[in-house]
Write a protein that binds this ligand. Structure first.
Ligand code: FE2
Ligand code: FE2
Length: 471
C-alpha cells in the first residue's frame, strides 16, 4: 500500500492500469457529488478525522486534521489467511470465486449496487446536520461517519469497476446520480429516503439503520465471491464506530433526560430543555420500524437463492452454525391466516431474511437494556421497549395489517387512536427541532445531551475537534 498513490489501496491498483484509469475517471465525479451533496457548510474547515491507511488489525487508522474534500478515500480488502472455501449453500466447501461466476452475475450486481446505494444516501440524509451540532465533538463524529460512508461507496464501486465491466461502470455513475428523497431519482431503499433532520434522528439512524448495515455486511462477508467478502469485512471495522456513535450518544441523551426529569418539580424533562423519555421512545419506534424493513420479505425466494448460491450467508455463518447447507431445516414464524396470527413452519432457506432480522433485533434490544440501566441508575421507573417487528410496517407480510408496538393485531381505529402515542407527531418533531441549536465552542454541549465521559482517542471532551478556518 502506498499513500502517495492517487487512491490509497491494497489491491495493487498501480499494476492494473485499466482499473486505475477507470477509478481515476470516476474520482472527480465522486468529488463533485461530495461537494454538492456532502456536509453542507463545512467543506473548508479542518476536522479531526480518522483515515483508513492499511488493513492491519492494530494501526489501520491515522488521525489528523483534514478538510473533508481532501479526505483520502481508499480501497482496502481484508487479507485472508490461506486458501478459502465457500462456507455455505449448495457450493459449500468448493473454492471461493476470485471472479464473478457467470450464472450469478445479475444477483451479485444487484447485491453490490443495493449495498453501495445506502452509503451515499446516508451522507445525503445527514448533510444539513452540521449546522445544528450540539458540540464540536458530535460534529466531528457526524463527519467521521460521513467520510467513512463515502469510503464504503468507494469499496463497492471498486468491485463494480473491477468485476462488472461496462455494466459496473454505468452502475457506478448511477450511484452518484440518485438522490435521497428525490421523487424522480430516489435512493433504492425507502429508509434511505427518509429525512434525517435532527440529531436524535441521526443518533437513531446510526444506532438502528447502520446496525442493519452491520448485519448485511456481516452476511456478505461470508460470501463465496471472495473480493466482496473481503471488502465488506473491512467495512465492518469502520462500521463499529458508527454503531458506537448511535448507542453511546443516545445514552447521553437518556442521561440528560433522566437528570432533567428528576430535577423538574413536575417531572417534566421538556420544561428543563431536555427531550422527555416518551419522545425518545417514539423516535426509537420510528427508526426501528423503518430499519427492520431493510431485511426484506419474511418468506423470500431471493434470500433462499442467495444462500443456495453461496452469495449471502448468515451472520457469523462459519462461527455460529454447523449445518451450512440448511436443506432440511425449518424456521417457525408467525404468519397471518384467517384474520389472525398462527405459527407456520417455513423451509429455513426461505426464512434467511428473518434469521438475520432476529440477530438484528436481539442486538438492538441489548442497546435498549444499556439505556434502561442508565435510567435505573437515576432511579427513573420508565423503561424503553423495542418495538415488535410487526409494528408500523409498509413492506412484507405484516404490512397489510395494523399491529401495536408489542406486535398485537389491532384494528384501524385502534391504530388511529394509538399512533400519536407511538410515533413522532408534528408537535414532537417541532419540539425536538427547537432544541437543535449549534454549540460550537470547544467544551460546550447543548443542554439536551450530556457531554461524553471522554473524547476521541485520549483527547479531552473540550478538544477543538473542528477548526473553523473556512468561515
Ligand atoms: Fe457504510
Ligand atoms: Fe455506517
Amino acid at each position: 500500500m502506498s499513500l502517495t498513490d492517487s487512491i490509497p489501496n491494497n489491491v495493487d491498483l498501480a499494476d492494473d492500469r485499466k482499473l486505475l484509469r477507470a477509478l481515476e475517471k470516476w474520482q472527480p465525479n465522486f468529488l463533485e457529488w461530495w461537494r454538492d451533496m456532502g456536509p453542507e457548510g463545512f467543506q473548508q474547515d479542518r476536522i479531526w478525522l480518522r483515515t483508513a491507511i492499511s488493513v492491519d488489525a492494530k494501526g489501520w487508522a491515522h488521525y489528523d486534521y483534514v478538510k473533508m474534500p481532501d479526505y483520502r478515500w481508499g480501497i482496502f480488502l481484508t487479507p485472508r489467511a490461506g486458501e478459502r472455501t465457500i462456507g455455505f449453500g449448495d457450493e459449500a466447501d468448493r473454492d471461493v470465486w476470485q471472479d464473478v461466476p457467470g450464472e450469478f452475475r445479475g444477483s451479485l450486481r444487484r447485491i453490490i449496487v443495493t449495498q453501495a446505494d445506502t452509503e451515499p444516501a446516508s451522507v445525503e440524509q445527514q448533510r444539513l446536520l452540521g449546522k445544528t451540532a450540539p458540540s464540536l465533538y458530535d460534529m466531528r463524529n457526524l463527519f467521521q461517519v460521513n467520510v467513512e460512508e463515502g469510503r464504503h461507496l468507494w469499496a463497492m464501486v471498486h468491485l463494480l469497476h473491477q468485476y462488472f465491466g461496462r455494466d459496473g461502470r454505468e452502475e457506478a455513475e448511477a450511484l452518484l446520480e440518485r438522490r435521497s428523497g428525490n421523487a424522480d431519482k430516489p435512493r433504492i431503499l425507502s429508509t434511505f429516503n427518509e429525512p434525517c433532520e435532527d440529531w436524535l434522528s441521526f443518533f437513531c439512524f446510526t444506532m438502528f439503520t447502520d446496525r442493519d448495515g452491520k448485519y448485511q455486511l456481516s452476511a456478505l462477508s461470508e460470501s463465496g465471491f471472495d473480493p466482496l467478502a473481503r471488502a465488506t469485512q473491512f467495512m465492518l471495522t469502520e462500521e463499529a464506530f458508527h454503531l458506537y456513535v448511535g448507542e453511546y450518544s443516545i445514552d447521553r441523551v437518556v442521561r440528560r433526560s433522566a437528570e432533567a426529569t428528576r430535577k423538574d418539580p413536575n417531572g417534566d424533562a421538556r420544561a428543563q430543555g431536555a427531550i422527555d423519555l416518551p419522545t425518545i421512545q417514539k423516535w426509537i419506534n420510528f427508526w426501528v420500524s423503518s430499519a427492520v424493513e431493510l431485511f426484506g420479505g419474511e418468506i423470500s425466494s431471493n434470500a433462499a437463492d442467495y444462500f443456495a448460491a453461496g452469495l449471502k450467508g448468515r451472520h457469523q455463518e462459519r462461527k455460529k452454525y454447523t449445518d451450512h447447507r440448511a436443506i432440511d431445516a425449518i424456521y417457525t414464524m408467525e404468519v397471518l391466516e384467517d384474520g389472525g396470527l398462527s405459527r407456520q413452519e417455513i423451509p429455513l432457506r426461505n426464512a434467511m431474511n428473518e434469521v438475520l432480522r432476529d440477530e438484528y433485533l436481539a442486538d438492538s434490544a441489548r442497546g435498549l437494556e444499556r439505556w434502561n440501566r442508565t435510567l435505573a441508575q437515576h432511579d427513573i421507573a420508565f423503561r424503553f421497549e423495542l418495538p415488535h417487528r410487526r409494528f408500523n410496517r409498509t413492506m412484507g407480510m405484516y404490512a397489510a395489517h395494523r399491529f401495536d408496538p408489542r406486535g398485537a393485531l389491532i384494528s384501524e381505529a385502534q391504530w388511529e387512536a394509538g399512533k400519536s402515542e407511538w410515533l413522532p407527531t408534528p408537535e414532537d418533531r417541532a419540539f425536538v427541532q427547537s432544541l437543535m441549536v449549534p454549540c460550537l465552542e470547544p467544551g460546550q454541549y447543548a443542554g439536551w445531551i450530556a457531554p461524553p465521559e471522554k473524547g476521541i482517542r485520549g483527547l479531552g471532551v473540550d478538544y477543538e475537534y473542528v477548526k473553523f478556518d473556512g468561515n
